[in-house]
Design a protein around this ligand. Sequence first.
Ligand code: NAD
Ligand code: ZN
Length: 350
Amino acid sequence: MEEINNNVCTIVLDKGYGCFEDVLQEKNIYDSVLIISDSNVYNAQGDNFIKNLKSKIIYEYIVSPGEDTKSLDVYEKIIEYCVKVNLSRKSVIIALGGGVVGDLAGFVASTYMRGIDVIQVPTTLLAQVDSSIGGKTGINIGNFKNIIGSFYQPKFTYINVDALKTLPENEFKSGMSEVIKYSLIYDYYFLDYLIDNSKEILNKDIEKLYYIVKKCANIKAEVVGNDEKEGGLRKILNFGHTFGHGVEKLCKISHGNAVSIGMNMAFKLSLRERFIEEEYYNKFLKVCESYDLPIAFENADEQSVLNIMKSDKKNSFSKINLVLPVGLGKVEVVDNISEDLILDIIRECK
Ligand code: NAD
Ligand code: ZN
C-alpha cells in the first residue's frame, strides 16, 4: 500500500481491499456507512469489498449501471433513503464503482445535510486515473452533462487495481485512452513504457497495472493540487477532449475512443502548425495501434463536429480553446486557430 498526498487530495493505492479499514480508522471513526454502487460493480466487487469492512452499521444503495443513473430522479431517491436510515454528519458515503457512481455519490455527499464525508473507491480504469481524483461531482439534466455539480474533495480515494480484473475489456481499453493522455501531456518517458509493455498491460498484469495507475494518479493529483478549481493548468487534462467531444456525441462511440480520435486531431493540427516533429506523431500512432484505439471517425460531417466543439463550456470569450502538443510530453492551451483550419483537420480524420 502507498499513499499520495497533497494540499487537496489523499490517494491510497493497493492491490486488494485489505488495508481499507485501517485507512478508514486512521482518518476518522464513523457511526454508519452508506455504500453506493451499481449492480454490475456490486456483483463483481461487493462481497470482496464488504468482507474487509468492520463498521457496525452498513447500508447499501444499488443503482442501475449506466449514464442515465446520473439523474435528478436517482439523486432524489438516494437522498430520501439517506433520510430514512438517519444518515448524519457522522456517517460516510462510500462510492464503489466507476465514474457514474463516483459523480453521483459525490454529489449526494456534497449536498446532503450541507455535506457529509465521501470516500471514493473507483473500480474502472477511467475512474482510478481520472474521475475519482480532483473532487468534481455532478449529475445530468436531460442532455446537459454534469450541468449540476460541485467541487467536493473526498476524504480519500482508495484505488484497488485488482478491481480492474473484473472490468469488461471495452471499458478497460476506453480507460487506456486517458492513461495515454497523461503520457502525452506530462511524461514522455511514460509513453515509451506504455508502448513497450502493452501486451502485459492488456493482459492486466497486476504489477504493470499498479505502475500505470500510480503514475497517472500522481500526475492528476499534481495538476489538481496546483489548480483545484480549473483556472489554468487543469485545462491540459482536456487534451483530446474538445475535438473528441463532437465525435463522441455524434457518432455514439465510447468516451475513450472519442478521446483517442480527438488526440489524433490535436496531433495533426500541431504537425500542420509545425509545433511538433513527424517522428513524435508516429509514436503517437504506434501507441494507439498497440492498444487498438481508433484515430478516425465515420458517420458525421465535419461542420457538426465543429459546432459541438464551439458549444463547449470550457471555451472562453467564444474562442475555441484547444490543447495541442507542443513538444515531447508537453501540451499548451491555444485559442487562436482559425475555424477553417480546424474544419480541415477534422475532415482529415474521417
Ligand atoms: P461507468 O461508471 O458507467 O462504468 C462503466 C461500466 O463498467 C458500468 O457498466 C459499470 O457497471 C461497469 N463496472 C465498473 N467497474 C467494474 C468492475 N470492476 N467490474 C465489472 N464491471 C465494472 O463508466 P466510467 O467510464 O467509469 O465513468 C464515466 C463517467 O465518469 C461519466 O459520467 C463522466 O461524466 C464521468 N467523469 C467524471 C470525471 C470527474 O472528474 N468527476 C472525469 C471523467 C469522467
Ligand atoms: Zn475523459
